[in-house]
Design a protein around this ligand. Sequence first.
Ligand code: LLP
Length: 386
Amino acid sequence: MFNPNTITRFNNTETPFYYYDMEVLRQTLQACHIASAKYGFHVHYALKANFNPKVLDMIQSFGFGADCVSGGEVKAAIEHGFSNKQVVFAGVGKSDKEINLALDGDIFCFNVESVQELHIINDLAKAKNKTAKVAIRINPNVDAHTHHFITTGLDENKFGINTWQLDDVIIALRACSNIQFLGIHFHIGSQITDMEVYKSLCIRINEIQDWFEDHGFPVKILNAGGGLGVDYHNPDTNTISDFESYFKVFKDFLNVKPGQEVHFELGRALVAQCASLISRVLYVKNGQKKNFLVLDAGMTELIRPMLYQAYHEIENLTQHSKLKTQNLAYDVVGPICESTDCFRKDVELPESFRGDLIAIRTAGAYGEVMASGYNLRDRVQSVYSD
Ligand code: LLP
């Protein structure tokens, strides 16, 4: 929901741009902070969801750690004031250069995704006369019940180490003198809204941590990853995800032993609702079968609908005095030379005209960060409420 002053400001700003509501971000971070602190849980913000500098600065100010998946993210986290002692680094394909950068930065923990990677980190740490702290990322084969394009914890996915390879992990850990085993890591998918999924994950984590302890490796860190979903259909009435229920599942079902720490890596739930993509109607094409609204934003600014069939609310922010009483159905499309460049089909909107402002909501996570320069388009700008 945008107030009239904000809409006036949009009217005077060149489109397209991401609009960040910093108050929504602040309230979301506060809710997460309170709900996690209640149980002493540690939250690392997954930078991949949004690494806009102002967003990072605010998240860092709440004391969250950082979850990174590239050397660039490790660097950005540290530059934006996240403590290196709170940086975790995951990813199936960490390059030697990235591992060295993280070793030089003395990060908290590598989330290791294969036995081969464990040996490489050990070799690189040995060359620097350092010890690398690691958690083993395990693929628990738990179905996240989310879109299959953003499911990561099934046997068919490339992520983590499968449970039948854990004997090899133990052999490698015994052989690697420059590795310190901290614990176990999981991340089974994104946009998870069914809390039963997390209950199943807890049960698997309990079994696996016992297995490690039985093999002589005490588990200090349990990292359950991220994935908590947001309400893409009701951004105004259900703005903040239910962090209370989310963390309570882990409190109730995870078997946390004395001295153990529980860690999370949330991305989407912290940043999705704080931003909208604001665009303008360039052309209205009325066809026999279809009406099209052609926007000045497309898949180069927000690719989620095209890549994951993702749903985003779409609103026309411009008020007209003489409108047809009934809404019309429009396919809301971008300007890119690709048929897939469509935000949504058959969107019910008031009759719309060239120059109208269109808001595509819940675009703060995996929006601006996934923008591209395809078609040699200008890089999308950002505007902030404060
Ligand atoms: N930890 C790891 C190891 C991850 O791979 C991810 C996300 C997260 C944490 C954070 O997950 P979140 O809390 O944001 O669900 N671009 C896709 C989502 C890809 C998620 C990648 N990994 C989208 O727009 O839906």
